[in-house]
Design a protein around this ligand. Structure first.
Ligand SMILES: Cc1cc2nc3c(=O)[nH]c(=O)nc-3n(C[C@H](O)[C@H](O)[C@H](O)COP(=O)(O)O)c2cc1C
Ligand code: SF4
Length: 537
């Protein structure tokens, strides 16, 4: 870092909050003067430097949030989170306090609830949860313990990916330290009986969808369920090793005595200790009325560098791109995507504040605040063809239009970009499949597909038409999760180029969706079961 200003906001306990030159995972130096003029980056949630161990976390005041929660008790803890107006950072922005209250109110008389930490970050363009876990897993663990204490859970499951080696290592050793440290600490009595588990899940994008996440926690494939997970969660859909994804869960007041499960994103939980230690008013001293606090953003794509940083909600998008990305690589910013989840934001709207309400107002969404930037050298048709391929491949196929129309859209967009023989008919077919891709969809992935492709059709129709009128053939862009950010460059998951729509890496596509393959496994399991029963009788 090339310099830092003294604190400008009051500090409380461990919750150091300073205005700093954006600290980016870039390793590059940049002019402090310029950045101070442009934007203030914070470290309320994202620590400036990696916290080396539990002792260092405690020495800096870590644990003050858990102590406050223990003192307040569950109901007042939930009230504080509610008053702070914290909204879930996994993408949907659901009010965290309301979610906690629902889980607490629906506790099972027979069994304790569980908190599941969604640490499976797979949104293209987003690297904030992984950065948070690398820098300071203790803050996340403290937030999860506060959540468990508040909703009456006796276990916390950290659901992350087997491929996240650095994060897994940090998390495992931090959990070992916290077990010892907080067990001994009488002030943290609320955390004493809570057990930790780590689930090392698959790389599939859908694993991040919370009902699919619960499926994986229960030992099955990442296939979204029908019902909201907080009604009933872990272990509530039967013993079948294969077909849990197909079981509709019981409704409120249903006959199951199974407890609800709370699922929260990493950044959401890492925001909680500060709220408890310093109070809801402190939290609301930054951000907007409807989106209080700060948000950890990632910038990648056609910018001079890539990085992760924390900003007050309400900061203009252009300032975030300037501070983390150093501006567009070539010419001006033409468009921005928030992950593979929301419509393109035209480069003329960079003054939009990053908040849930403002991003929605312009017809897009904040999502996980992972901004993929396009400049004058970017082909937006190729960018959307890349998103389309990513979503079509990652679709599980439980809903036929999502998989079939999704793959048709990806193929057509691919053809328009690559071939010099694309015709008006291809554009008409794109419009047809676009209309039906989200029909009867069980989860949000199909709607994401519809919204991103729809934004290309409505906001940038010339980008596709140019390919019908002689624009050079281009390959669809690789749109895939970020696997690391080093030297100011994001490295994408290159393996995704070879991933087939059946989720295999075979040379050719089997023609079967992942759901078809699941059916096949189910049929084999039934056959084997019948054969076994016949033999034993
Ligand atoms: C296709 C899809 C992928 C998702 N991926 C993630 C993810 O990687 N991490 C995450 O926290 N939430 C992800 N979500 C959102 C979760 O379903 C869920 O809303 C979130 O974990 C809830 O936590 P929060 O209330 O703290 O945001 C995804 C949603 C969808 C539809
Ligand atoms: S909408 Fe798509 S990804 Fe979601 S459950 Fe249906 S087929 Fe699977």
């Amino acid at each position: 870092m090339s310099g830092a200003r003294p604190p400008v906001y009051s500090t409380a306990g461990a919750l150091i909050e300073r205005a700093v030159v954006p600290r980016i995972d870039s390793g590059l130096s940049h002019s402090p003067t310029r950045y101070w003029q442009i934007v203030t980056t914070l470290w309320r949630v994202l620590d400036h430097e990696p916290v080396p161990d539990f002792g260092a976390y405690q020495a800096a005041g870590g644990g003050a949030g858990l102590e406050a929660a223990t003192r307040l008790g569950p109901a007042a803890t939930i009230n504080e989170v509610d008053a702070a107006g914290l909204r879930g950072r996994g993408g949907a922005g659901f009010p965290t306090g309301r979610k906690w209250r629902t889980v607490a109110q629906n506790r099972s008389p027979a069994l304790p609830s569980t908190v599941v930490v969604n640490a499976s970050e797979g949104e293209p363009g987003s690297f904030k949860d992984r950065t948070l876990m690398r820098r300071n897993p203790y803050r996340l663990i403290e937030g999860a313990l506060i959540a468990a204490h508040a909703v009456g859970a006796n276990g916390v499951i950290f659901a992350t990916k087997a491929s996240f080696h650095i994060e897994l290592h940090r998390l495992q050793s931090a959990l070992d330290e916290c077990r010892k440290g907080w067990d001994k600490d009488r002030a943290a009595g609320g955390a004493r009986d809570i057990e930790f588990f780590v689930v090392e899940g698959p790389s599939e994008y859908l694993y991040g969808e919370e009902t699919a996440l619960l499926e994986v926690v229960d030992g099955r494939a990442p296939f979204p369920r029908i019902a909201p997970p907080y009604r009933h969660g872990v272990d509530d859909v039967g013993e079948d090793p294969v077909s849990g994804a197909r079981v509709a869960m019981s409704g409120p007041g249903g006959d199951s005595a199974a407890p609800p499960t709370l699922v929260n994103n990493v950044e959401t939980l890492a925001s909680v200790p500060g709220i408890l230690a310093s109070g809801a008013d402190w939290y609301r001293s930054l951000g907007t009325e409807a989106s209080p606090g700060t948000v950890v953003c990632t910038v990648s794509g056609a910018t001079r560098r890539h990085g992760v940083g924390e900003f007050p909600m309400g900061t203009p998008l252009g300032e975030v791109i300037e501070a983390l990305g150093g501006g567009p690589a070539q010419g001006r910013v033409t468009a921005v995507l928030s992950g593979a989840a929301h419509p393109l934001i035209p480069g003329t709207q960079l003054d939009v504040p990053i908040s849930y309400e403002a991003m929605e107002e312009i017809g897009s969404g904040l999502g996980a605040a992972g901004f993929i930037v396009f400049d004058e050298s970017s082909d937006l048709a190729a960018a959307v063809a890349g998103v389309s391929r990513f979503l079509a491949v990652e679709s599980c196929g439980q809903c036929t239009p999502c998989k079939e129309d999704g793959l048709a859209l990806a193929d057509l967009l691919d053809r328009v970009c690559r071939s010099e023989e694309a015709t008006e008919h291809d554009l008409e077919e794109i419009a047809d499949h676009w209309q039906t891709v989200a029909d009867e969809s069980r989860c949000y992935l199909a709607t994401q597909h519809q919204r991103v492709v729809g934004s290309l059709l409505s906001l940038f129709p010339d980008a596709m038409r140019a390919h019908l009128e002689g624009a050079p053939a281009v390959e669809p862009m690789l749109i895939a999760p970020i696997v690391d950010i080093r030297g100011g460059r994001a490295r994408l998951d290159e393996r995704h180029r070879a991933k087939q729509p059946d989720w295999s890496f075979d040379e050719t596509y089997s023609g079967q969706s992942p759901a078809d393959r699941l059916d096949q496994r189910l049929a084999v399991a039934i056959e084997e079961g019948e054969a076994e029963a016949a033999t034993s009788s």
